[in-house]
Design a protein around this ligand. Structure first.
Ligand code: GLN
Length: 469
């Protein structure tokens, strides 16, 4: 059962090469054996997985047809609620929090017969780019255990790369699906803002957050995305995307020059430039474009994201959510005791930053200005998409860095430089493995106009096929 994909596992189940229980047990055993090495899972939901697998086997033994994802073992980032399972968001403050309902995406996957293996490790409240900020320990990159898997969905990307599951869900606020996918050599897709319901995702920055798949190949990512997308009455920002997949023919492809300037490693740059040439060989038209506002994207992101996060995290006060602390003299003491004991450094840093940029007198100088620049960035991208169909960029400026290498927050923030713009503008984007530097994977990012998710997936799939030839 080694190295299966969702498609192959589905065929294996139908042909009775293995049962759904055998498939689930295969992955559960592997996780139990190797979790100590990679630390990709915070909890394993064995009873649930075996129960779900059994009902698929019952169906198969009755001779009934099963769907593409039925009996498929998946891993879920631990900031997405599964009813009756502990959901920590990688934080001590939620270490015993038992979810009381299914997130919208979980409800859909459960309905389709997916088997949930467990909850994957992440940077606390999804804040980070390396999964070193988890209260449950650092995740190791399966490609090289001395290196980070990226973040914040580092556990999900590592679980897919280590073959601990057939696919995973992550969340992406500023790159948290695409960057770890690039570092671990797997596929990571961030859908358009509004394509997938955020109901039941522990919110980080609500105008940026989006749930998406991490998978072994584009087809699997597509299968997962098509199963979780769609309008949901519990998230009023969602809608049904009506863009049907078709033969897109010859495409105009833009390569924004600002993504190849300072900060990028020369090896990554060479690989990306070489791979972009392949799109020309595929018959597409490739041209350089310019997105001058790109240089402001990271600064804008690191104002808007903490502002929203500081508001979202106010609910973890030990009364509504979060574990109880020392009672303290009064209510304010109580809150600060609970929050001081429950939140890690990075989360506290962002709550302070966000509260500051929203406070009277500073709101105009920071938050409002950042919102205005966000508008400009979005406009600039809308304009560029009048002359090109998609954009190609590196996903990250470097390959996976060493654990402990980036100690100051600013150098960590810089690793998000190529991913945050997409979230600010609500666009769909995918990271596809495109080569290696000293055995370490490099990711190519394909960005499309909002709601052209199918276009992005389709071009990613043809590029992947070309690479596999
Ligand atoms: N690395 C980015 C940050 O720390 C993105 C996080 C995310 O997408 N959840 O904010």
């Amino acid at each position: 059962m080694d190295k299966l994909t969702i498609e192959k596992a589905h065929k294996g189940l139908i042909k009775k090469e293995f049962s759904a229980i055998e498939l689930a047990e295969f992955y559960l055993n592997k996780i139990k054996k190797e979790n100590e090495k990679y630390n990709d899972f915070i909890s394993i939901t064995e009873d649930l997985a075996l129960k779900q697998a059994k009902s698929v086997d019952d169906k198969l033994s009755r001779g009934e047809k099963i769907g593409d994802l039925e009996g498929i073992p998946m891993a879920i980032k631990d900031n997405i609620l599964i009813d009756d399972c502990i959901t920590t968001a990688g934080s001590k403050i939620l270490e015993n929090y038992g979810a009381v309902y299914d997130a919208a995406v979980i409800k859909k996957l459960r309905g389709l017969g997916v088997v949930f293996l467990g909850k994957t490790n992440l940077d606390e409240f999804a804040m980070g780019s390396s999964t070193e900020n988890s209260a449950f320990g650092v995740v190791k990159n399966p490609v090289d255990v001395e290196r980070v898997p990226g973040g914040s969905s580092g556990g999900s990307a590592a679980a897919v790369a280590a073959d601990h599951c057939l696919g995973a869900l992550g969340s992406d606020t500023g790159g948290s699906i695409r960057q770890p996918a690039a570092f671990c050599g797997v596929i990571g897709f961030k859908p358009s803002y509004g394509a997938v319901s955020r109901y039941g995702l522990i919110a980080m920055a609500s105008s940026l957050d989006q749930i998406g798949p991490i998978a072994k190949n584009v087809l699997d990512a597509k299968l997962i995305f098509n199963s979780i997308k769609g309008k949901d009455k519990m998230d009023s920002t969602t809608l049904d995307i009506n863009d049907k997949e078709k033969d897109y023919g010859v495409l105009k492809i833009g390569v924004p020059k600002e993504y190849f300037q300072e900060g990028i490693s020369s090896e990554v740059k060479n690989i990306i430039e070489k791979e972009i040439k392949k799109f020309e060989k595929m018959g597409h038209e490739v041209k350089e474009v310019s997105l001058p506002s790109t240089e402001y994207a990271l600064a804008v992101y690191y104002i808007i994201m903490p502002a929203e996060a500081s508001a979202n995290l106010a609910r973890f006060d030990g009364i509504k959510y979060g574990k109880k602390g020392n009672s303290g003299e009064n209510l304010i003491d109580f809150y600060s005791n609970v929050r001081a004991a429950g939140f890690g450094d990075e989360v506290r840093r962002r709550i302070m930053l966000g509260t500051y940029t929203l406070s009277a007198g500073y709101k105009e100088a920071y938050y409002k200005k950042a919102q205005a620049v966000r508008g400009l960035i979005k406009k600039e991208l809308e304009n560029v998409f009048k002359s090109v169909d998609i954009l190609l960029t590196p996903t990250t400026p470097s390959t996976a860095f060493k654990i402990g290498e980036k100690e100051d927050p600013l150098s960590m923030y810089l690793s998000d430089i190529y991913t945050v713009t997409v979230n600010l503008a609500g666009l769909p984007a995918i990271s596809v493995p495109c080569g290696r530097v000293d055995k370490l994977p490099v990711g190519l990012q394909i960005i499309g106009p909002q709601f052209k998710d199918n276009l992005v997936l389709s071009i990613a799939q043809s590029y992947e096929q070309l690479r596999n030839l």
